[in-house]
Design a protein around this ligand. Structure first.
Ligand SMILES: [Zn+2]
Length: 505
């Protein structure tokens, strides 16, 4: 009787026991989902996002601590806890000086695409372990680790080196594909998913006045920029869940899902558009559908959800200017021409700029060596040329980035965190707030400013104390926190702290 009374409040009993480990960790990344999408549309959410906001531990001031704030870098941070300075993932693409070629964060010429044609992709450029790798190593390979997205980098980088499989969408064929890095051939359940051509049904469909193309050659890329792309991800994830029987064995499994359509929509229409709002509301519904599928298979209370984003986004410059806010576009070709012109003037003819990406500029180091010039001096000259352009806030040279030079503030720290000695650029620029590098329409993200780096972080599940947590945290804190909950080794490059404030003790 007394015991019954004592245990009458189940919550109190549970609080005394060590929290049981979840059967499944479900990591959800929404590609380009600013923190304020949670608050601006809060009253319109009634599905998975509403559930996360009411039942989860919601970190209201989570941010990225690196530059550039872009997809590969964000996705490589979430489950490694590492900064690019350690993970080696310094961009979506960069110039590899050893290979003397532009490479992507996951390009791997030694692999083949499965389910499509051409080279595949792999996590071989990721230098550190992920949570999934640590799970695998701790569990003797038994835990299942699966990654899903529309984008290869967003499926591969969160799941890691030892993942059983990573799957993404091939806009050439409309198939979900993988790489020979993981399998000899595409698993039968993936072939079964592709067989009825699920992407074909969006041919000619209209969404918010945008009519999708009738021909497959253009349809598959176009549907990525509608919520239909996320519908495909959700459906594929349910298939993966069932086929791989995730969360039904003794060990904890890991499923990472990155919803990409929000990013394509956001780039095209901007954060203040009806399209972004509609896509966020669709995400709310898609997440609820996924949570229900997970619950049916794994059981309520047996899975842990982590929800976050890989970066935010800037307002469309023209929208900002119209509302009396700063903003504008800097032409990347102008930056390149300014550097090329200044170096020709000072050092003579030559192709001085090898490559540019977002905020990064790679100089022609072989030419500099051939002319027996001092690299640091040439970099300073290039930096001076960029600094002279309007709306450039800062310019960092390689030497400054490696030696902690420049203004000693949070921006410089983010630049240093984003810099990797072998892969980093010679010069990196930071535009003024609300200014972006690039011409054309739409908007982008990359800078250290709040709109690009402030993202949601929500944990929900067993052992998590729901509520709002307002202290500033870094996205890097997710990985070591999960490692602590799962009682496994912290990923090798993690610099995060454990979010003890939300853990039920
Ligand atoms: Zn992204």
């Amino acid at each position: 009787m007394r015991k019954a009374l004592l245990c009458a409040l189940a919550a109190l009993c549970l609080a005394g026991a060590a929290p049981k480990k979840p059967k499944l960790v479900l990591t959800i990344v929404v590609d380009q989902f600013r923190y304020d999408y949670l608050t601006r549309f809060r009253n319109e959410y009634s599905g998975g996002l509403a559930r996360l906001l009411t039942q989860g531990a919601v970190f209201t001031n989570a941010g990225y601590i690196h530059v550039p704030a872009i997809t590969a870098v964000g996705h490589s941070t979430i489950l490694t806890g590492a900064t690019p300075s350690m993970s080696g993932i310094v961009g979506n693409d960069w110039y590899d000086r050893d290979e003397a070629a532009r490479v992507s964060s996951v390009s791997d010429a030694k692999t083949q695409l499965l389910g499509g044609s051409g080279p595949g992709s792999s996590p071989n450029r990721l230098l550190v372990s992920t949570l999934g790798d640590e799970l695998k190593m701790a569990g003797g390979g038994k835990p299942r680790v699966i990654g899903v997205s529309l984008k290869d980098r967003a499926a591969i980088l969160p799941s890691g080196h030892m993942a059983d499989g990573a799957f993404w969408f091939d806009p050439k064929t409309g198939n979900f594909v993988s790489s020979s890095y993981y399998y000899k051939e595409l698993p039968p359940w993936v072939q079964q998913f592709n067989a009825p051509r699920p992407a074909d049904k969006y041919r000619g469909v209209t969404w918010l006045g945008h009519k999708l193309p009738e021909d497959n050659a253009r349809l598959f890329a176009a549907l990525e920029a509608t919520p239909f792309g996320n519908d495909l991800i959700e459906a594929f994830t349910e298939q993966a869940l069932a086929a791989e029987q995730l969360g039904t064995r003794e060990s904890t499994d890991l499923l990472t899902v990155s919803f990409s359509s929000n990013d394509y929509v956001g780039h095209s229409y901007g954060p203040d558009s009806p399209e972004v709002r509609e896509t966020a509301l669709a995400t709310d519904r898609q997440l609820e559908k996924l949570f229900q599928a997970v619950e049916r298979q794994v059981g309520a209370g047996n899975y842990l959800v982590v929800f976050t984003a890989d970066h935010g986004v800037a307002p469309v410059p023209e929208v900002n200017v119209a509302r009396k806010m700063p903003g504008g576009r800097i032409d990347g070709a102008v930056i390149r021409a300014a550097v090329q012109g200044a170096l020709v003037k000072k050092y003579g003819a030559g192709d001085w700029v090898t490559a540019t990406f977002d905020l990064a500029l790679y100089l022609n180091q072989p030419l500099i060596a051939q002319k027996k010039l001092d690299l640091a001096e040439v970099e300073r000259e290039a930096a001076r040329a960029i600094q002279a352009l309007p709306h450039v806030s800062r310019v960092y040279t390689l030497r400054e980035m490696t030696q902690g030079g420049g203004v000693r503030d949070a921006v410089s720290q983010k630049v240093a965190n984003g810099f990797h000695w072998r892969r980093g650029p010679d010069v990196e620029l930071i535009p003024d707030p609300y200014w972006m590098v690039g011409t054309g329409k739409g908007t982008g993200h990359a800078t250290p400013y709040g709109y690009d780096t402030h993202v949601p972080v929500i944990f929900m599940g067993p052992g998590i104390r729901p509520g709002q947590y307002h202290a500033s945290i870094a996205v890097n804190d997710i990985a070591p926190t999960l490692a602590t909950i799962l009682e496994i080794e912290t990923p090798s490059g993690s610099i995060g702290r454990v979010l003890t404030e939300m853990l039920v003790d």
